[in-house]
Design a protein around this ligand. Structure first.
Ligand SMILES: NC(=[NH2+])NCCC[C@H](N)C(=O)O
Length: 363
């Protein structure tokens, strides 16, 4: 039995002994002139593409000084305060290529202060967010990551909408905030839109959501399956219901302190993006800030948009707000250039334009 199968095997020559040269006869030379010219084989050397985490990030900064999603004056001055804390040069020092697109100019719609279907300033906030969505999408098209400087947290509506318009697939959202911001216009007690962005954006919620004037352009574009909260401290009762019914992944500030940010981040990522495939949107409300909760240190390299919102320099002394801005800039730098993302390579050249340097997509 062995002998017969061995014989059968021997009929086939091992591949390295097979010659691929066509069998020639002497007569072949006679027809030489009519033979096809030999095709030249080009040798292409494959340059290894660096892994996302090895490339210097290209970051586009957008200022979104919107304050009508909440009742106080001040968040509109935050983008410039953050810039004055050497945001750009600190990112560049870590090797990032940075281009600042400046602040968006928002229009204040007249007679928009009254409650309309449970919301205040819905036309102004809706219009501003449509501008933000367009700008975020435009910057992502230039193959840059986006850093959106708010503004109050309602800017996340435009930012996430622009991000998912660009990526044309699900986006994983990490919402770092003391509040879940999942009220609908019907459940919100304050009527302020900065407490509602998640319900505007989630595909699971439109049936409990009235269409608001100013938001006609918006389609729900994320799934709560790809959403996680970190740092929750203050949740309205109806919001608690939504989180439980929709089974949203949520870690409180206390959880992060006891479990550690690394554990929390890996639990979140395996829940909201188990195949490590989705682009990541980090929406960072500074009211979650606590030395124990620096999510930026655990953000994977696929981070493609980060919002930084709700910094209000008018609520504290100049020294205090400068200190806060300094800490926030550090968090931003770690998020884009931190240990899970890109590591220091070399200082980029001074010249910076939207189409410069690298053309490789980073996700
Ligand atoms: N991003 C924030 N700071 N949100 C605060 C929201 C507070 C409250 N839950 C509300 O809906 O009005």
């Amino acid at each position: 039995m062995f002998a017969s199968s061995g014989l059968r095997f021997l009929k086939y020559k091992p591949l390295e002994h097979v010659s691929f040269r066509p069998h020639r006869t002497r007569n072949d030379n006679k027809h030489r002139r009519h033979r096809q010219p030999r095709t030249k084989i080009k040798i292409v050397y494959r340059i290894p593409t660096p892994r996302p985490s090895d490339r210097p990030p290209r970051v586009g900064i957008i200022g979104g000084p919107l304050m009508y999603g909440q009742p106080l004056k001040g968040p509109d001055t935050a983008p410039d305060l953050l810039r004055s804390s050497y945001l750009e040069s600190r990112l560049k020092k870590k090797g990032a290529s940075v281009y600042d697109y400046g602040n968006l100019q928002f229009e204040t719609v007249r007679n928009d202060g009254e409650f309309v279907k449970g919301c205040k300033h819905s036309r102004t906030v809706g219009l501003a967010n449509s501008q933000i969505a367009e700008r975020v999408e435009m910057v992502l098209k230039t193959e840059r990551k986006v850093l959106l400087l708010g503004g109050d947290h309602s800017v996340a509506i435009g930012s996430i909408a622009g991000h998912s318009n660009f990526s044309k697939r699900n986006v994983a959202v990490i919402w770092v905030d003391a509040h879940p911001d999942i009220n609908t216009p019907l459940t919100s007690l304050s009527g302020h839109l900065h407490g509602m962005p998640v319900s505007f954006l989630s595909r699971e919620m439109p049936h409990i959501h009235p269409k608001l004037p100013g938001f006609e352009w918006l389609n729900p574009c994320i799934s709560v399956k790809n959403l996680a909260y970190i740092g929750l401290r203050s949740i309205d009762p109806e919001e608690q219901d939504f989180i439980e019914k929709l089974n949203i992944c949520a870690f409180s500030a206390k959880d992060v302190r006891t479990l550690g940010v690394d554990f929390v981040m890996s639990a979140i990522m395996s829940q909201i993006d188990p195949w490590d495939r989705l682009p990541i949107h980090l929406s960072f409300d500074v009211d979650a800030m606590d030395p124990g909760i620096i999510p930026a240190t655990g953000t994977p390299g696929r981070l493609s948009v980060m919002d930084v919102v709700e910094l209000n320099p008018k609520l504290s002394s100049k020294a205090e707000s400068n200190w806060s801005a300094d800490v926030i800039v550090e968090i931003i730098v770690r998020a884009f250039c931190g240990r899970r993302g890109y590591h220091f390579m070399s200082e980029p050249k001074e010249e910076e334009s939207p189409s410069d340097l690298y053309t490789i997509r980073e996700d």
